[in-house]
Design a protein around this ligand. Structure first.
Ligand code: NAP
Length: 260
């Protein structure tokens, strides 16, 4: 399917690997020029070069912390201040117990997973509205719909972002700009491999056993891939998705049995 976005420009935050890279690659495949970002320059440059060579699009790599004011300014500057598409993503807060976290931990989590995407949206929305077209996709988590007990920091920050998007998406929709959230369930990325390693340590299970147990809990019988996640993101950024506004789209292979 032609997504109708060839030649547009996208900022994809936190995209040297995992879900962010999946989104960057699917957009590149659709002919979108990219500004990619991560803190580590080496992998970022390698992936940027791969997408440039494979898809023939322009790719600018900006190595910086997307949570910092300077990092945000650099990324926005690389897109000429006028991206057509923004994919918000960042590392997730650490797991723990409710009693582990003090004010500083909450401030860090809110900064990374709520205030950073809000700052970037505030920076790009006026231009998108003026030009009459824009797409924003925020990568959040299944924990927004079905909070996970050990992810209290993530639950708090992402739920805050979700509330902000619910109102903002409706305020900008009349100008041709859509904002939606993509909620990953369990996907095969380094983040999950780190969690797997913690479970292996706790239970003495092998990597294969932990993986098989995860998969057996998911109705489709496997965990998700960054490629299918990225393709869903690209569709939300397409010309065809102009009627999808303010949604929280769960990509979890059926894991969470929710009616609403
Ligand atoms: P991942 O494989 O660990 O990739 C994270 C990416 O973000 C890397 O490119 C990393 O590069 C970059 N990054 C991290 N912190 C950054 C920062 N401050 N500034 C710029 N770039 C940064 O993680 P993932 O699995 O794709 O997860 C992406 C998001 O989805 C996370 O918020 C995660 O909590 C959430 N999520 C994931 C899953 C899942 O199953 N994978 C499920 C639910 C929610 P550098 O380290 O070089 O900066």
């Amino acid at each position: 399917m032609d997504l109708g976005i060839r030649g547009k420009t996208a900022i994809v935050c936190a995209s040297s690997k995992g879900l962010g890279l999946g989104c960057a690659e699917a957009l590149a495949e659709a002919g979108v020029n990219l500004v990619m970002n991560a803190r580590g320059a080496d992998l970022l440059e390698t992936e940027a070069a791969r997408l440039r060579d494979t898809y023939g699009v322009e790719v600018t790599a900006v190595a910086c912390d997307i949570g910092s004011d300077e990092g945000q300014a650099q990324v926005l500057g690389a897109a000429g201040g006028a991206p057509d598409i923004l994919v918000n993503n960042n590392g997730g807060p650490p797991p723990g117990m409710w009693s582990d976290w003090d004010r500083e931990d909450f401030v860090k989590a809110l900064d990374a997973n709520m205030l950073t995407p809000i700052a970037l949206m505030k920076a790009v929305l006026p231009g998108m509205m003026e030009r009459g077209w824009g797409r924003v996709v925020n990568i959040t988590s299944q924990s927004v719909r079905a909070p996970i007990a050990t992810l209290g920091l993530s639950n708090a920050a992402r739920t805050g972002l979700t509330g902000y998007v619910a109102g903002t998406a409706r305020q900008v929709a009349g100008s041709g700009v859509t904002i939606n959230n993509l909620l990953p369930g369990v996907h095969d990325t380094d983040r999950i491999r780190t969690t797997d390693a913690a479970i292996m340590k706790q239970t003495g299970q092998s990597a294969e056993e932990v993986r098989a147990e995860r998969a057996s809990n998911i109705p489709v019988g496997r965990i998700g891939t960054r490629e299918e996640f990225g393709q869903t993101c690209a569709f939300l950024c397409s010309q065809h998705a102009g009627f999808i506004v303010g949604q929280n789209i769960l990509l979890d292979g059926g894991l969470n049995n929710l009616t609403m």
